[in-house]
Design a protein around this ligand. Structure first.
Ligand SMILES: [Fe+2]
Length: 268
């Protein structure tokens, strides 16, 4: 894909769930999927400005897993920005990635200025729960970050602050989404998109007028069970994907790249 010099191009990749010792997760080897995604990016999209990985970098949050994850990530030819999710462990993560941006309260939050707006990377993880949390300290950091600029903003976070219609996923969405919304609301007109992980599904839409998208996980997916009556949730092995995002002064466009597809091309 030839890059428009007047646009930003970045990759949205999420939920690799890497395990230590290259172990299996739900019968699959997540390292292989991460490796395939990195190979694909290096081969076809090394002109991307950066890659954002929106959390659940590892499955069990152990040191071995972060070592494997870091080793694979070093092969990536594009700069990366890492978020943590509910499967991650902040201390083990910090051991492998001490240089990752943190806010003054120690949460793994940071920002990146681009010619087409400010990217804010949020930490929605909370030790001891799989549910998303965005506490007052984090909200204050976000409020200040938004106040300090007046241009367009793109947000990246692991837990969606909105429901997607899958009961089990919605139960673990950002629990304090109303308080989160109160921080965003004064800036709604300039928040151009929210990119989320956690859902292990591709979905697009908008939340209170702000466009949003989520991507498939790399290792396994959350099955599309919109009407499940009983408790629990099934997973499955729909193909992994990553997003290719093209953003300029007019628009934000998200392509889903089914990077393991090997079907033969033909002339149209
Ligand atoms: Fe996940």
């Amino acid at each position: 894909m030839i890059k428009n010099p007047n646009a930003l191009k970045f990759i949205h990749l999420t939920d690799p769930h890497v395990a230590g010792q290259e172990a299996l997760v739900y019968g699959r080897r997540p390292t292989e999927r991460l490796r395939a995604a990195i190979d694909s990016i290096n081969m076809d999209h090394d002109n991307a400005d950066f890659v954002v990985i929106t959390g659940d970098l590892t499955h069990h949050g152990d040191m071995d897993a972060y070592e494997v994850f870091a080793r694979e990530l070093r092969r990536l030819s594009v700069p990366s920005h890492l978020l943590v999710g509910n499967h991650d462990d902040a201390r083990a993560f910090a051991y492998q990635f001490p240089e990752t941006q943190r806010c003054e309260h120690g949460f793994i939050q940071g920002s990146k200025r681009t010619p087409f707006g400010l990217c804010l990377f949020l930490d929605t993880s909370e030790k001891g729960t799989s549910k998303g949390v965005y506490c007052e300290k984090r909200r204050t950091w976000l409020a200040n970050a938004l106040e300090e600029t007046d241009g367009p903003v793109m947000l990246f976070m692991h837990h969606p602050p909105f429901a997607i219609g899958i009961p089990n996923t919605d139960d673990s969405k950002l629990q304090d989404s109303e308080a989160f919304w109160h921080v965003l609301a004064p800036h709604k007109q300039r928040i151009r998109h929210i990119f989320v992980g956690h859902a292990h599904r591709v979905m697009f839409g908008n939340w209170r007028g702000i466009s949003v998208s989520g991507m498939r996980g790399l290792n396994h997916q959350v099955m599309l069970e919109l009407n499940r009556q009983q408790a629990g949730q099934s997973g499955n092995f729909e193909a992994p994907a990553y997003g290719i995002v093209l953003a300029d002064a007019d628009q934000v466009m998200v392509h889903m790249h089914d990077f393991t597809d090997r079907s033969d091309p033909f002339p149209l």
